[in-house]
Design a binder for this molecule. Structure first.
Ligand SMILES: *Cc1c(COP(=O)(O)O)cnc(C)c1O
Length: 352
């Protein structure tokens, strides 16, 4: 009989902070495909795979962290959750809170959130508050709210989020049979880079992987505090999911970078959009702009001759392209050729 995926907490229960008897809040997250990218592999001279996190229930990796964060909230007996979000955390929190019967409050930066993500928070019944400020300012507000009111914070400063997100690294090792040489991912608030490093380290210590990968993190040039070495006041990028100037998991991310022997670099919005189009057209994977940052970073590293020949490289592509079709189409009008109901006309239109 085929194995039926039980969501990341059930699948990795012995490595999660929960027990058999806990009421697990899951939408079946995780178990996402690791897809080989042949054309990118041959361009960079390595074996490149993308971990397609847009396949999660709400379309981003945030679901891995949300199943564990919300499971703990229910265990603690809390009734309301709050988060600041550039869009995907709120979409995920709203869905998992709905499933668990909790109230969900989300703070989003005004005008800087993709339409699909906004729709998700609304249809899942979250209370939406737009803040006339950026993500970092939203996070300051919700941190204080959660300290002073009976509301549980489900941003990645909540340690249960990282516990769930580390399973992305477990899955990659399980899928490849060992750790890759290099793992790449976009870096925004820096929870995920920290979680992946935890996951890879944990598997290596348990002897399930023979080694840990180097971690190559990629930021958007207009929102690259790790590259600058200090917080950025007014972060700006088309990749709204990583439009963050003051990452909460600063020290953990620096540790992941340095302990793994990796780096964190920046790419331009133009490089991000090019990589997004490339992934869609050449690999068949439609991701949102932030998710294309590691591919852009990989292509840039290859152009500098810095990609080890034949290395196995995995890239977490973090969110689904359907969340933000406006950016992907770049303002292009969609105008397909119109033909009458006629096979000859169809053949003519196709140049057959
Ligand atoms: C949240 C998010 C990121 C950034 O992850 P961090 O853990 O904040 O660094 C990147 N891409 C997408 C699509 C996201 O939703």
């Amino acid at each position: 009989m085929a194995h039926v995926w039980g969501g990341i907490i059930r699948e990795y229960l012995d490595r999660m902070p929960f027990d058999e008897g806990d009421r697990i809040v899951s939408l079946g997250e995780g178990g996402t495909p690791l897809v080989h990218a042949p054309s990118i592999s041959s361009e960079v001279g390595a074996e490149v795979f993308v971990k397609v996190e847009g396949m999660n229930p709400t379309g981003s990796f945030k679901d891995r962290g949300m199943t564990s964060a919300i499971t703990q909230v229910v265990k603690d007996g809390d009734h309301t959750v709050v988060c600041a979000s550039t869009g995907n955390t709120s979409a995920s929190a709203a869905a998992y809170a709905a499933h668990a019967g909790l109230r969900c409050v989300v703070m989003i930066p005004q005008g800087k959130i993709a339409a699909g993500k906004m729709a998700q928070a609304i249809v899942h019944g979250a209370d939406l508050v737009q803040v006339d400020g950026n993500f970092d300012e939203c996070l300051d507000i919700v941190r204080e709210l959660s300290e002073n009111y009976p509301i549980a914070l489900v941003n990645s400063v909540n340690p249960y989020r990282l516990q769930g997100q580390k399973t992305g690294a477990f899955e990659i090792v399980d899928q490849l049979g060992d750790a890759p040489d290099i793992h790449m991912l976009p870096v925004g608030n820096a929870g995920n880079i920290s979680a992946y490093w935890m996951g890879f380290t944990e598997y290596a210590e348990a002897g399930i992987a023979s080694r840990t990968p180097r971690i190559w993190g990629v930021q958007a040039a207009g929102a690259a505090p790790f590259v600058a070495g200090h917080p950025i006041k007014d972060p700006e990028t088309v990749a709204t999911a990583i439009r963050i100037g003051k990452p909460a998991s600063w020290d953990l991310a620096i540790n992941a970078r340095d302990e793994s022997g990796g780096w964190i670099r920046a790419v331009s919005d133009e490089q991000i959009l090019h990589a997004q189009a490339r992934l869609a057209a050449d690999v068949g994977v439609f991701v949102e702009p932030a998710s294309a940052a590691p591919i852009a970073g990989l292509l840039a590293a290859a152009a500098l001759g810095e990609v080890p020949r034949g290395a196995t490289i995995t890239c977490t592509v973090t969110g689904n392209g359907l969340k933000d079709t406006a950016t992907a189409l770049g303002g292009r009008e969609v105008e397909p050729t119109v033909i009458p109901v006629d096979v000859e006309a169809a053949a003519a239109a196709l140049g057959l």
